[in-house]
Design a protein around this ligand. Structure first.
Ligand code: P6P
Length: 341
């Protein structure tokens, strides 16, 4: 029987590293730290219903939202794996108000900074819907051994060395880019390895899915309302009406649209003129992946990757997905909106 070649993520990373003779192996080791934490978080999520780790942790995070126990656990597990691995010098996490500076001799000489949302979509934990981890990797600007600065953490998305996400869904997948395309790996629990399952992911130029929380429709700018109404019009030539798909967990919506084509929108609203999503650990990493897969990502005013960050937990509006869909949505948005931020 012909055995199919299985490429584990470790083999893939090692093969990729061969293309860079000057590589020291630090980035590869950092990826292995992330992968270890992802396997641990996956284990905890898969048994969440059996062990008392569901439900509200009781504390309130820096976003002013109730923190679920798994949020706290996931954050602790990623920080622990990254700290013990010693391959990054600081972490910017959704769950921590300030920069987490890693204090160990090995980390002080590391050149990498991680920006992470340890468990996005946490409101879906208790109802067994897909959730995810989102991360970015940057090179520090300051010199190694020096104290990590705010400027090290507040870099434009176009400075990302790598970005990725783990989606804990019907299967657990890790999707990432280092700027040379996007590849997806599915966790084979029988061997405890992420295996290459989606090589060289490309998002279709257009699609038939739009993802937005229409419950906020009356809060949206006119241009966004016009685009949503465009998606609903009957027009066979352009395969409209499109299908509305919105699960309330961005990773799940983003991943589906990445594979099938579609657009995800979290627009400005009257209540939140900068939208809800965080630039540094939600929008930037997904924008890098979207662009590397042939798609696009915009705030509605500018390319996400060109936004100059001012605050660690800064929010920006997000239009991302299939290039043609995002370009039309942004055009309609701009035709009816005066920049409010
Ligand atoms: P709303 C989850 O809290 C999240 O950050 C994203 O994963 C998700 O797309 C969005 O918020 C949902 O927000 O306002 O539509 O419930």
């Amino acid at each position: 029987m012909k055995t199919q070649k299985v490429t584990t993520i470790s083999q893939f990373i090692s093969e990729q590293q061969q293309n860079f003779p000057e590589a020291t192996g630090d980035l590869s080791r950092l990826f292995l730290d992330i992968i270890l934490a992802a396997k641990i978080v996956n284990r905890d999520i898969r048994r969440a219903g059996l062990v008392d780790i569901l439900g509200t942790h009781g504390s309130i995070n820096v976003q002013g939202e109730e923190v679920k126990k798994l949020d706290v656990i996931a954050n602790e597990e990623f920080i622990s794996a990254l700290s013990l691995g010693g391959d990054c010098c600081a972490i910017l996490s959704e769950e921590n108000e300030d920069i987490v500076r890693i204090k160990n001799p090995h980390s002080n000489k590391s050149k990498y900074i991680i920006s992470i949302d340890p468990l996005d979509g946490s409101s879906n934990i208790d109802v067994n819907a897909s959730i995810g981890t989102i991360f970015s990797i940057y090179k520090r600007i300051s010199n190694v051994y020096e104290e990590v600065t705010m400027d090290d953490c507040l870099q434009k998305g176009e400075n990302q060395i790598a970005a990725g996400y783990i989606i804990y869904g019907s299967s657990t997948m890790l999707v990432y880019t280092t700027g040379n395309g996007v590849n997806g790996f599915t966790l084979d629990s029988s061997i405890g390895e992420f295996c290459l399952s989606h090589p060289n992911i490309k998002i279709p130029e257009t699609g038939k899915i739009y993802s937005v929380n229409e419950g906020n429709f009356n809060e949206f700018p006119e241009g966004v309302k016009n685009y949503i109404n465009y998606c609903k019009q009957i027009d066979k030539a352009s395969k409209r009406p499109y299908s509305a798909r919105y699960i309330g967990s961005m990773i799940a919506d983003f991943h589906r649209n990445l594979l099938r084509g579609g657009i995800f929108i979290y627009p400005p609203t009257n209540k939140d003129p900068n939208g809800k999503l965080r630039l540094m650990y939600e929008c930037n990493p997904l924008a890098f992946i979207a662009e590397q897969a042939g798609g696009t990502a915009s705030t509605g005013y500018e390319r996400i990757l060109e936004v100059l960050p001012e605050k660690l937990h800064q929010r920006v509006p997000l239009f991302t997905g299939s290039k043609q869909m995002v370009e039309l949505a942004v055009k309609m948005f701009q035709e009816n909106t005066i920049q409010s931020f």
